[in-house]
Design a protein around this ligand. Structure first.
Ligand code: UT7
Length: 319
């Protein structure tokens, strides 16, 4: 039996740190509101000359180094992003070129904030089927480019960054199970509806969100998908060592953790420092926790994410 196993993680945050007080100078908001409603204290914004593939490149190089492999060992590259460098080619193909890899297959997945979990599930299936032996899965975003600076309800929430993992074929798991869901009837609740037509932007190219509708759906979805993953693996919440939930809002993460009876010290929280980095949020939070030396061999980790679509999912894995 072939399984897949994460053998290295990496991440990258752009240098520019933007605090809540910085944002209060350009929109009608304040640190107290942002911290109390979301837990966010600061986020990073990419420089003008940094695109999603540039952030992804550094995160990928760090994951490749941590896994002790060469870039040329990578035979599959999956990039999750909603802020691609261009309409086409895929950000994955651009990353492949920047990494100097010729022979692998590379493509993007689009599941917004759930994109990394969708990409990881896809790579897991490639490895289990024998189609890949060493996969690079990346979440990378420059959401600062699609903010509507007139909408204080959304522009304070998001940040830029990238996270990556190397997933290798292994005799033992690794990834125990993956669970993916979508419901397109909610597609207007969280979207960036603009597109390009005859050289002009048609529709709004700025992110739009019905915050409270997303909030309500997210708390229910996280609880349900966590139980789905637990039940499939015949596990109880007490067997989870680390819960890494999509870092959108501290209140949503805390609510989900409470429903699973998880103590705070098992719940990874990076939203205060990173904001919501969409597809990058889970691999960023994972890499931070790994590099802090917290996740130990044999630990059980539950990843759960939700994003526009709605698209949501979970991954149960053994470290
Ligand atoms: O990544 C994909 C998944 N995304 C999420 O999971 C996000 C889910 N949604 C949320 O996290 C929350 O709904 C928000 C953080 C977006 C909003 O929090 P909320 O507690 O639902 O606030 P609200 O939208 O109901 O707004 C409450 C009040 C309003 O004022 P009034 O109408 O009560 O006078 C807003 O105008 O807060 C006001 N407000 C702000 N005030 C200061 C909204 N944004 C701000 C702001 N600063 N930035």
């Amino acid at each position: 039996m072939i399984y897949s196993r994460i053998s290295g993680t990496g991440s990258y945050l752009p240098d520019r740190v933007v605090t809540n007080d910085d944002l209060a100078k350009i929109v009608d908001t304040n640190d107290e509101w942002i911290v109390s409603r979301t837990g966010i204290r600061e986020r990073h914004y990419a420089a003008d000359d940094q695109d999603a593939s540039d952030l992804a490149l550094i995160a990928s190089q760090r994951a490749i180094a941590a896994a002790g492999v060469n870039a040329t060992d990578v035979d599959l590259i999956i990039v999750a992003t909603s802020t691609p460098d261009m309409i086409f080619p895929s950000t994955a193909c651009i990353l492949q070129d920047k990494l100097g890899i010729k022979h692998s297959v590379a493509f993007d997945v689009q599941a917004v904030c759930a994109g990394f979990v969708f990409g990881l599930a896809t790579a897991d299936k490639f490895i289990r089927s024998g189609a890949s032996k060493c996969a690079l899965v990346v979440g990378t975003e420059v959401f600062s480019r699609i903010m509507n600076w007139q909408d204080r309800g959304t522009c304070v929430l998001f940040g830029d960054g990238a996270g990556a993992v190397i997933l290798k074929a292994s005799d033992s798991p690794g990834i125990l199970s993956t669970h993916l869901h979508t419901d397109g009837s909610y597609r207007n609740a969280l979207c960036t509806p603009g597109t390009v037509e005859n050289g002009k932007v048609r529709g709004s190219p700025m992110l739009r969100m019905e915050g409270s509708a997303v909030y309500k759906f997210a708390v229910k979805a996280f609880e349900e998908v966590a139980w789905e993953a637990l039940n499939v693996n015949m596990m109880k919440p007490g067997q989870i060592d680390w819960f890494i939930c999509h870092q959108a809002n501290k209140r949503i993460i805390t609510h989900a953790a409470r429903k699973l009876d998880l103590p705070d010290d098992k719940v990874v929280m990076t939203v205060d420092r990173h904001g919501n980095t969409s597809a990058a949020s889970i691999p960023l939070a994972l890499d931070v926790t790994v590099r802090e030396g917290k996740i130990k061999t044999g630990d059980t980790v539950l990843l759960a994410a939700l994003g526009g679509g709605f698209a949501w999912g979970a991954t149960m894995l053994r470290w």
